[in-house]
Design a protein around this ligand. Sequence first.
Ligand SMILES: N[C@H](CCC[C@H](N)C(=O)O)C(=O)O
Length: 296
Amino acid sequence: MTTRPPLPFTKMHGLGNDFVVFDATRAPLALSEDQLRFVGDRRFGIGADQILVVERPQGPDADFRYRIFNGATGEEVEHCGNGARCFMRFVREQGLTDRDEVRVETMNNRIVLRMQADGRVTVDMNQPILELERVPFDPSGLQPRLENGAELWPLANPAAPQEQVEVAVVSMGNPHAVQRVDDVDTAPVAQVGPWVESHPRFPRKVNAGFLQVVARDRVRLRVFERGAGETLACGTGACAAVVAGIRLGWLDARVDVETRGGELTIEWDGPGSSVRMTGPAVTVFQGEVVLPAASC
Ligand SMILES: N[C@H](CCC[C@H](N)C(=O)O)C(=O)O
């Protein structure tokens, strides 16, 4: 029986949104969806919301490439904000760079990561994507309600059309549907999150955010993530929620976001400017894993 060599990995988290990180800068790493699901599995594997793979860049104006896979499905996704902060800590701790700032290619963009003196990481998350067809979101036949000139779209549960929510639609490279709630602690995240996540008007599915506005510079947020379920924090979800809140007239340009895993700071100066996210990144342990043979 052939024994596959053990694969080194690092377990990390950003506010409890946890990751298994593989270094593929020295040798290519191609994992099948079932191997990725094994790594993400909290019983039969290591356990992680997402799996992050660090690669050398493909283009000239980046230092690294960043690939992200949802742990429950093994599907590759466009972005992961908490993972980006862990990416910066990883490349520093692994000696892959000694710089305080690195440029990183993602599936559909490029982000800049900066290690702060206090150990937190600031990520330039680029401009939010608001063109509905780029999210993608299908608004055909819907009439949005406007607040402060920004749209809130009615979304009905396909299985129970009398159940409706209103969502703001924003992409940070990955799709987000944000709804305002009075209290995140009592919000029906487990009931509403799944049907928003797989709603047919989001052809690539969507991350479902539940936003409670505490003040114009402070919110509380829970996110039922696409391909992961509810996580303790969602970085791109925090960015999308603050962008939506600013556009709808609820929030100022700098917002502290309370998640179940801790606090992030999100800043956005409005259209034409990048969203900036600052928060912690933690290395928990390192290990080795022998992956099952790829079956698909
Ligand atoms: N579930 C997300 C990917 C991870 C995003 C989240 N963990 C973050 O910190 O941004 C998606 O399918 O778009």
